[in-house]
Write a protein that binds this ligand. Structure first.
Ligand code: FES
Ligand SMILES: [Fe+2]
Length: 407
């Protein structure tokens, strides 16, 4: 695929390199990285056009002809299930004169028809018909541009890179962890998109630290032990791991947080405990949906994965939550949440949507508010990078990763 990268002007690249050089260690980023158009463009080129990004769960397109879109800033990708049952991804740009072809979040059709002049494409991307084109027009060289796509335990990843990073380590880490929860045969129970008036990095950093959990998230903090310093929750975590093993389930932790210069995707899978008698992330810690995968009971634990740059997965024994942070503009980002339940669970009898989504909706609404407040302060002429606390280790590690990526 030919990608026009809209090369970063040398002055911008040099200025960003200088900002990275001056960045104080263990501190939040320079203001320009959080709100300038040039840093935003740089992030698009260096991060979002190079890395694998979670596009959703394959149960969003269960049948041939089903499609859904993956959109970030000015790019849009169609993910469609072919007549052969295979999921494929294409750039959502018509090969006639460039119009968007599919619009809306998702849909179903046996051919993809461009709304502009009605060129039509098969679900495998080949051009099927183009009205009033000359006899010698070569249809075969005007198919939709393919995008790299991988499905791991039902999670759909796409990469806009010409040569994508290796997913070998990430594939085995994600499949070992989330096959235990049966995510390969799970279904999407609900999706919710929040537009956050903040740079995508402020939203990601906020996700990555739980220093803010006790002031901002009383609902979450009552259930999850994560906001404590790690040594304080070592016993709770050990008891949780023993309960998981007693259920005959093994969920390995993996820490492979690497820069893309290593040629592979960065992944971090870890586990943490819920407080005593809390079963899951639902009202009062009570079950919200049928148990999934290998779980025959609740283990009082959570499995969490960070997939750089901006995709995150959370698994409880009875449901899962996927988080995607996507840049829209320098000071605007989209935060999409997807709730997963067992494939055959029925709304109403098997789960109640309000109870299922309550915790992460209330938590995300608070996160949206505090992240937008952070952007306002970060954009002030009085802002200067401030020091992270030692209880924000994942945010510190991610900032170091990000700086290495854009340097
Ligand atoms: S731009 Fe799609 S048919 Fe003309
Ligand atoms: Fe939060």
């Amino acid at each position: 695929m030919t990608i026009h990268t809209g090369a970063i002007p040398e002055t911008s690249a040099a200025r960003i390199a200088e900002i990275v050089r001056q960045q104080p260690k263990g501190h939040s980023l320079d203001q320009a990285l959080y709100d300038s158009a040039e840093a935003f463009q740089h992030d698009m080129e260096r991060i979002f056009l190079r890395h694998w990004i979670l596009a959703g769960h394959e149960s969003s397109a269960p049948n041939p002809g089903d499609w859904f879109l993956h959109e970030l800033a000015e790019e849009s990708v169609i993910i469609a299930r072919g007549k052969d049952g295979k999921l494929r991804a294409f750039v959502n740009v018509c090969r006639h004169r460039g119009s968007r072809i599919c619009k809306g979040a998702s849909g179903h059709s046996s051919v993809l028809v461009c709304p502009y002049h009605a060129w039509s494409y098969e679900l495998d991307g080949t051009l099927r018909a183009a009205r009033h084109m000359p006899e010698d027009f070569d249809r075969s060289s005007h198919g939709l541009k393919p995008v790299h796509l991988e499905v791991i335990e039902g999670l759909v990843f796409v990469s806009l890179a010409e040569k994508p990073l290796s997913l070998d380590t990430a594939r085995s880490a994600i499949s070992e962890a989330f096959s235990a929860y049966g995510w390969g045969s799970a279904k999407v129970a609900h999706r919710e998109t929040y537009v956050v008036a903040a740079n995508w990095k402020l939203a990601v950093e906020n996700y990555l630290e739980c220093y803010h959990c006790s002031p901002a998230h009383p609902e979450y903090s009552k259930l999850h032990a994560l906001e404590q310093p790690l040594e304080k929750i070592a016993d709770l975590n050990a008891a949780m791991e023993a309960r998981t093993l007693a259920l005959g389930v093994r969920v390995p932790s993996v820490d492979r947080r690497v820069a893309s210069t290593a040629g592979e995707a960065s992944v971090f899978v870890f586990r943490y405990a819920l407080y005593d008698r809390v079963k899951t992330g639902g009202p009062n810690g009570e079950p919200v949906a049928p148990l999934m995968g290998k779980f025959s009971d609740y283990d009082g634990g959570v499995t969490s994965a960070h997939f750089a740059p901006s995709s995150f997965f959370i698994a409880y024994p009875d449901h899962g939550v996927l988080y995607r942070f996507l840049p829209l503009a320098p000071k605007s980002s989209a935060l999409e949440l997807v709730w997963l339940v067992k494939g055959d669970a029925q709304e109403g009898t098997g789960y109640d949507l309000d109870k299922l989504t309550w915790l992460w909706k209330v938590t995300t609404e608070a996160d949206k508010r505090i992240t937008e407040d952070a952007q306002k302060g970060v954009s002030s002429r009085f802002y200067e990078p401030g020091p992270y606390s030692p209880v924000e280790p994942n945010a510190i590690a991610w900032i170091a990763w990000y700086l290495a990526e854009i340097a």
